[in-house]
Design a protein around this ligand. Structure first.
Ligand code: EPZ
Length: 429
């Protein structure tokens, strides 16, 4: 298994190009199931999760073709992918595929809406929490689906198609909003979804669906209205920049010091995060083409955060921010409110010399003067990259194991960082 080797201590200087967002690309790819025309997505990131979803969609009969080149890369690495779901060959999403990536459960919405029946393996728990799908199923029931759960599979069907309805999510859920949005586009009549996720990835999906002929208003607010249509056509859309990648590199620069321009970064995608970074003492300069992160001082101020749905501080940047706070000049408190078990990085950061104590959903981080390199590993994507951030500032060598987690969500991480002066390399096995 590959590992990432980092020798800490170098400042970061230069330009990092921001990739398309994994969490926007995945639901957009799944939306291809709603039409027998071609859906073209631009700026799709080259990530293990994207490749896996391509395999999952292929299992349902989706054809795809690739074109376009990625910056700084020779050979063929596509940016643009065309999906064609004209012939759905199976509506079953098996355990061995769904268990590898939770988002693949979301095929339940479009397949049910277009074909009228679907069998999807329950995704099960994962490293960051139990992550049930009860609201997704309740929402589909509200649209008229009959749902049975047998032998670990959710079987959903409609006799006369889905019908528009009103459904209020008991808790904000990004995936639930994606699924119900996709399903309701082809339902008969009007649907109103309340307490919906306002995340930019939801807006990206709704924009795509509208380009395909759907009639959706209110995406990006907590109430979305959908008037069902009888069929959807093809469309072309660009995946939005990855706000978690932007935040991660901004924190890496704040951690090491330096001056980096995050090319293609859209500040409106992460206002709360940029505000927090300014409080740590970093200079954040917003411009039309990206965001410049400039660290003039040599100390990081401690800041308390609490994760929230958009526009709050995202849970997907909580681990990275904790990595940053391990070197702050004082004590910070980090509260996780979205997932019940998203602190696996605490123990590994401690191996690098961090001082963190946990009480319920809050971590108290006492900043230390120095971190020391060590062997570490993490059990999820964002936790892994928090160890990279800490490793960039640690004295000596840090080896991050289980790199496949990073490959799920960060495109060419080591290349982007080393171009800015970090001593980081992938050790292949
Ligand atoms: C999306 O997951 C993201 N994944 C996650 O990113 C992100 O952490 C999360 O949203 C929150 O922002 C993708 O976009 C592919 P949720 P999702 O449904 O949609 C509970 C990463 O690192 N819930 O918004 O699965 C749930 O347990 C990943 O890139 C129910 O109780 O998350 C959680 O506590 C990890 N019942 C909360 O809602 C349900 O039916 C929010 O989860 C659905 C959700």
């Amino acid at each position: 298994m590959d590992r990432i080797k980092i020798v800490g201590g170098n400042r970061l200087n230069g330009i990092i190009s921001i990739s398309g967002a994994k969490n926007a690309a995945l639901p957009l790819m799944i939306a291809a199931l709603l039409t027998n025309d071609i859906l073209t997505l631009e700026d799709v990131p080259c990530l293990a999760d994207v490749e896996l979803l391509i395999r999952i969609l292929s299992n349902h009969g989706v054809d795809y073709s690739l074109n376009g080149q990625r910056e700084h890369q020779t050979g063929f690495y596509s940016r643009t992918i065309h999906f064609n779901a004209r012939h759905i060959v199976t509506t079953t999403a098996p355990y061995d595929l769904v268990s590898k990536m939770r988002a693949s459960f979301w095929v339940i919405g479009p397949l049910l809406a277009r074909v009228g029946e679907v069998g999807v393996s329950l995704p099960g728990g994962c490293a960051i929490g139990t992550r049930p799908v009860d609201f997704i199923l309740d929402g589909l029931r509200a649209l008229g689906a009959e749902i049975n759960i047998e032998n670990g599979y959710v079987h959903a069907r409609t006799i006369k198609g889905l019908r528009g309805a009103q459904y209020r999510f008991p808790k904000v859920t990004v995936g639930g909003t994606h699924v119900l949005l996709m399903a309701a586009t082809l339902a008969q009549g009007d649907t109103v979804l309340c307490n919906t996720a306002c995340e930019p990835e939801v807006i990206n999906l709704a924009t795509c669906l509208n380009r395909m002929g759907a009639r959706i208003t209110g995406a990006g607010t907590s109430e979305i209205q959908i008037t069902g249509v009888s069929s959807l056509s093809g469309a072309r859309i660009k995946v939005i920049p990855d706000r978690i990648e932007i935040g991660t590199y901004a924190m890496a620069v704040t951690m090491t010091g330096g001056d980096v321009f995050l090319k293609g970064a859209d500040p409106s995608l992460l206002c709360a995060v940029l505000q927090t970074l300014r409080k740590t003492g970093t200079e954040v300069i917003e411009s039309a083409g990206g965001i410049r992160i400039r660290c003039t001082g040599d100390s990081i101020q401690p800041v308390d955060i609490e994760t929230q749905s958009f526009p709050g501080f995202p849970t997907d940047l909580q681990a990275q921010f904790m990595g940053l706070m391990t070197r702050a000049k004082g004590i910070s408190h980090i509260t996780e409110t979205i997932f019940e078990n998203r602190f696996m990085h605490v123990q590994e950061l401690s191996r690098l010399g961090a001082s963190i104590s946990l009480s319920g959903q809050t971590a108290t981080v006492a900043g230390v003067d120095r971190l020391q390199g060590a062997q570490v590993m993490a059990t999820d994507l964002r936790a892994s990259v928090s160890l990279v951030i800490a490793g960039l500032a640690a004295e000596g060598e840090t080896v991050v194991n289980r790199v496949y987690h990073l490959d799920r969500g960060f495109e060419r991480l080591e290349e982007k960082l080393s171009r800015c002066g970090a001593q980081i390399e992938r050790v292949r096995r």
